[in-house]
Design a protein. Structure first.
Lengths: 423, 233
């Protein structure tokens, strides 16, 4: 037992060294036109060694440490008590949600432009994650190419505005519908696939869309992307200093206030907020409708679901289409926010992050997904100094989540459906 | 009610059913018995349209359903209790039942639900429990109850006694008998030959994809060949 522990501890310490020394111990520096490799300072190397020693000691005495920890009183007592009454909890929940929404409505007027911009990005990710939640969390179809629908939405708006002069409000439903159409088209060939195979095909689809956008230079501008995407307007009022389009007025002149770049940022934020709320409400509605239960039934047992007369095709396609629709929504907002898009914004990593948000939040749980979207988007911004180690921290956070909350931040609580009793 | 006429079914190149003809009349209980791998489940799956028969016809209430989509077949007055129960483990008992009545209106669901609770009072007790946490017998009751939710005129049971305690098997078979009283046609596929045949009006013996024997349940029970092969002499 002791020898076994020693061996294991040595091995763990060695792995720590192997992983951390090359990452932290070497620096690439640009000198003139050359890149030189310099070793880190002795103190850094000392830290790496110290870390290895700590890992070694922890692994060596792990059993004792863990048992000591277990005997400590639990700082976060798990709610063992009876769950609150259903209607009471629903009431509290709706109050809290209303409060958050009201807060979110007024919040941008008191903070810096940068934070509002970031919050808009968070809202876009919330929309994406809520959409993917339908596909992965509810219907149980692992989609690794979700970013493709996001790209379709964004490029629909960009291309329509460039070639046909469409405004944001005209492009929004079109972008979402076109993304939904792509979801439908992708849905057909992948219906017969399950699990890993489905994941691979959707992954391929995501790449196809990106590479197509990258290489179809004549239409999409290829890697140069598309710029000059118009901002949304408010009843024909523009937010720029000068009016770009004939017939429009500018926001600051109409209201007789001084021009400020912040108006536009806040307006975009509010649009994203409203759209995110709409997304959440619509999907919530779907979850309570028979189609939502059909998604879950198909995820739980496909044969049983089919034996009850559910059509596998219809159920899977509906999940895919609805998920893609909201990705298109988010894509349009994203294009408008950035004003410039290129295929680089729609790489596989985006799909992975959105999926990570869904898993982190708890598959199928809307509130959890929203919280996870906030955490995943904001934390890297807060920890800018550590940006070199962002992926390391991200990975560590994922491992910790797996250990402590394998079901996600807020596991899905199944919506309970009750038929009215007939007296 | 249900008739299979010279049905051949293939899995890829392998032929699992070599021209099977079976008939189930309205109001009957018909049992199909056979050893492992004889093609019992394949026969049922062919009725459901997955896989489809490569030749021959499947006729349900005078309508040729050989090439219908599975989802259409399952919505036309026929219900199946699949092998191994297959309840939705994460859904509560009540929600499982509601899934069974997916294509019915709410008042209809309410009515069939009450009826199922009458047949299986045990399910009423467990109404809000997750189906995956119940015992095998309770899950089997739920699977049957779920199939009844669509108000089928005919119900197909695939090995309802699989892996259950003898006392539970007894209860399940009593319920099956009760279904006949209600006018539901029952097509029962079983390995548990003795019980299946004593309950049945008529029985078929399936052997390696062919119907070997066909007689009334009583006669089959007395048949020396059947006694030898399926009833332990």
């Amino acid at each position: 037992m002791a020898a076994n522990n020693l061996k294991h501890a040595l091995f763990c310490a060695l792995v720590t060294l192997i992983i951390s020394y090359p990452i932290i111990g070497f620096n690439l520096e640009i000198q003139g036109i050359n890149i030189t490799l310099t070793g880190a300072t002795t103190s850094t190397i000392g830290m790496v060694l110290l870390a290895a020693v700590i890992v070694f000691l922890f692994q060596l005495f792990r059993d004792r440490i863990m048992s000591a920890l277990r005997s400590l009183p639990n700082p976060l007592p798990q709610p063992r008590k009876e769950p609150m009454a259903e209607n009471k909890r629903a009431r509290i929940e709706s109050w809290v949600l209303t409060g958050i929404v009201v807060l979110a409505l007024f919040w941008p007027f008191f903070v810096s432009r940068g934070s509002v911009d970031l919050a808009t990005l968070v809202l876009i990710y919330i929309m994406l994650a809520l959409g993917l939640n339908v596909v992965v969390g509810l219907a149980g179809l692992l989609d690794l190419g979700y970013v493709a629908f996001y790209a379709v939405g964004a490029y629909t708006f960009a291309l329509l505005s460039q070639y046909a002069g469409f405004s944001f409000w005209m492009a929004l439903p079109l972008g979402a519908c076109l993304a939904a159409l792509f979801g439908l088209v992708l849905g057909f060939p992948v219906l017969r696939l399950r699990g890993d195979y489905l994941a691979i095909v959707t992954l391929g689809f995501g790449e196809i869309i990106r590479i197509l956008l990258n290489n179809w230079t004549a239409l999409t501008g290829g890697p140069n992307g598309i710029g000059g995407i118009p901002d949304p307007t408010l009843f024909g009022m523009e937010f720029g200093r000068r009016v770009r389009e004939e017939g429009n007025t500018s926001f600051h002149e109409t209201f007789g206030i001084a021009y400020s770049g912040e108006h536009k940022v806040i307006f975009l934020y509010l649009i994203a907020l409203v759209l995110a709320i709409i997304t959440a409400l619509i999907i919530r509605r779907f979850m309570r409708m028979p189609v939502g239960r059909a998604w879950e039934a198909l995820r739980e047992d496909e044969i049983a679901a089919r034996s009850l007369g559910l059509s596998r095709t219809a159920v899977k396609l509906s999940a895919f289409t609805i998920g893609a629709f909201f990705a298109g929504f988010a894509g349009t907002v994203f294009a408008s926010k950035q004003g410039f898009i290129s295929p680089e914004s729609f790489v596989f990593l985006e799909s992975a992050i959105i999926l990570a948000i869904v898993v982190l939040g708890g598959m199928g749980s809307q509130l959890g997904v929203v919280l996870a979207a906030i955490a995943v988007t904001i934390l890297p911004e807060l920890a800018r100094e550590f940006s070199d180690y962002r992926m390391l921290v991200f990975g560590a956070a994922m491992v910790l989540m797996m250990v402590w909350r394998p079901q996600g931040l807020m596991p899905m609580r199944r919506v309970h459906i009750e038929l009215k009793k007939q007296e | 009610m249900l008739a299979l006429e010279d049905v051949h079914t293939h899995y890829g190149k392998i032929e699992a059913l070599h021209g099977v003809s079976v008939e189930v009349n309205k109001g009957e209980i018909v049992s199909l018995i056979g050893a492992n791998g004889a093609g019992k489940t394949t026969l049922l799956m062919t009725v459901c349209g997955s896989p489809k028969a490569s030749s021959g016809r499947v006729i349900l209430e005078g309508r040729d359903i050989t090439n219908e989509a599975t989802s259409n077949i399952m919505r036309s007055g026929i219900a199946i209790v699949p092998e191994g129960r297959r309840v939705f483990p994460g859904l509560t008992v009540e929600e499982n039942l509601h899934m069974g009545g997916f294509f019915n209106t709410k008042p209809e669901i309410r009515k069939s639900q009450d009826h199922v609770y009458e047949l299986f009072p045990r399910l009423k007790e467990r109404e809000h429990q997750r189906a995956g946490t119940m015992s095998g017998g309770e899950q089997q009751m739920l699977a049957i109850g779920r199939a009844l939710m669509s108000k089928p005129r005919m119900i197909i049971l695939d090995e309802p006694s699989l892996g259950l305690a003898p006392i539970i098997i007894q209860q399940i078979f009593e319920i099956i008998g009760q279904l006949r009283e209600e006018g539901i046609t029952v097509f029962l596929v079983e390995q548990n030959a003795h019980q299946a045949l004593s309950l049945a009006d008529r029985g078929y013996v399936l052997e390696t994809g062919r119907i070997r024997l066909h007689d009334t349940g009583k006669n089959l029970l007395a048949n020396p060949e059947v006694r030898e092969a399926y009833l332990g002499g």
